[in-house]
Write a protein that binds this ligand. Structure first.
Ligand code: UT7
Length: 324
């Protein structure tokens, strides 16, 4: 038994905020942001929420797949910015879609979340017990940014990406051929965000509002070291050579990180489509939004070999190789 992506979908908020817009609110510039990251704009939620973005992305993916919500067995959302602690985003999504037969839960592996969800459904579906799953990355990161901290808030955006996954009998060489996940909790504090503080009859930390804190340079070093290694590992595990890969869809955090990975892998940048210029970093949503964009643009054809890879807070990383 193997699994295939049979539909993709994505959604971003209506409001597009350029670097110039930000430079009117804080001490930054288009030149600084573009030269350090490649980002030109991002979408920020005003009327949307993580749930509404997730619902829109999920509907688009189900539509493309020709699958009804009632056929779904599993819904897994990767997010760090679900609208409620309870119920989880996936259950809200289940209710909105009417996916009555599914079981639904969220995972948090930050920017690697979609890769973790993909590998998780691979395990579930390969058991033979379930047939169809919906996985998502969905975020409204703008609500956990400190808008007084120019070193983080300019980097991130909001949006959601989804994929419908189906199990199939392995009659041909296609589907997900290799996948890996990794974590290094020891370095977790380089990219962190506290939850609500303790508050009970014995301790009261008041109304502290927690925001994201990042040591950008440490995350950068981790990314350029880990991503090429993870990519090389799934390519080797699938018994392929790097040159055979048609597309590398990497987490969209920084153009320079993607360039460094391409260089280390000895591959041309043409094989690394990007959308960070218009989206910024959308954590768990970044890889599935990019996948949906290249899919809808007709850039993927049957038989193409695609590597997906993510990295982020935890620290975590994940990669997968699939034949479309
Ligand atoms: O999903 C995983 C997410 N995270 C990442 O992938 C982040 C990886 N790291 C990076 O992408 C880069 O480290 C950053 C883009 C975050 C920062 O680039 P950098 O080249 O490492 O810059 P820096 O942090 O060393 O800062 C250089 C200067 C500092 O000024 P001084 O101390 O040299 O005077 C900062 O205060 O740039 C200043 N700075 C800014 N200036 C204008 C920091 N943020 C800004 C800003 N606008 N937004």
């Amino acid at each position: 038994m193997n699994i295939k992506i049979i539909g993709t979908g994505s959604a971003v908020p209506k409001l597009r905020v350029t670097n110039d817009d930000l430079s009117k609110m804080m001490d930054t510039s288009d030149e600084w942001i573009k030269s350090r990251t490649g980002i030109r704009a991002r979408h920020l939620a005003v009327e949307e929420s993580t749930t509404t973005l997730a619902v829109d992305a999920a509907r688009a993916a189900l539509n493309m797949a020709g699958v009804t919500a009632g056929e779904l067995d599993i819904i897994i959302s990767a997010t760090v910015t679900q609208d409620r602690l309870l119920p989880n985003l996936s259950c809200e999504l289940q209710a909105a879609l009417g996916a009555d037969r599914a079981f639904a839960f969220d995972i948090n592996a930050a920017c690697s979340g979609f890769l973790y969800a993909l590998n998780l459904v691979r395990m579930y579906l390969s058991s033979g017990r379930y047939k169809t799953a919906l996985i998502l990355g969905a975020e409204t990161l703008s609500k956990i940014m400190d808008w007084n901290d120019r070193s983080t808030c300019v980097l991130f955006g909001d949006g959601a990406g989804a994929a419908v996954i189906r199990a199939f009998e392995e009659d041909e060489k296609s589907g997900v051929l290799a996948a890996l996940q990794g974590s290094d909790g020891g370095k977790g504090m380089v990219l962190n965000c506290r939850n609500r503080p303790l508050n009970n009859p014995y301790v009261d930390h008041g109304n502290e509002v927690p925001y994201v804190h990042m040591n950008g340079q440490e995350v950068y070093k981790f990314a350029v070291r880990t991503v090429p290694k993870a990519v090389a590992q799934v390519v080797e595990e699938a018994g392929m050579s790097m040159d055979e890969i048609d597309l590398f869809l990497l987490h969209q955090a920084n153009y320079r990180i993607i360039e460094a990975a391409a260089k280390r892998l000895g591959q041309p940048m043409e094989k690394f489509p990007t959308n960070l210029q218009e989206c910024g970093n959308i954590s768990a949503a970044s890889v599935p939004i990019l996948l949906d964009e290249v899919n809808r643009r007709g850039m993927i054809k049957k038989g193409d070999k695609i590597v997906l890879a993510g990295f982020g807070a935890g620290l975590t990383w994940g990669a997968a190789l699939l034949i479309w």
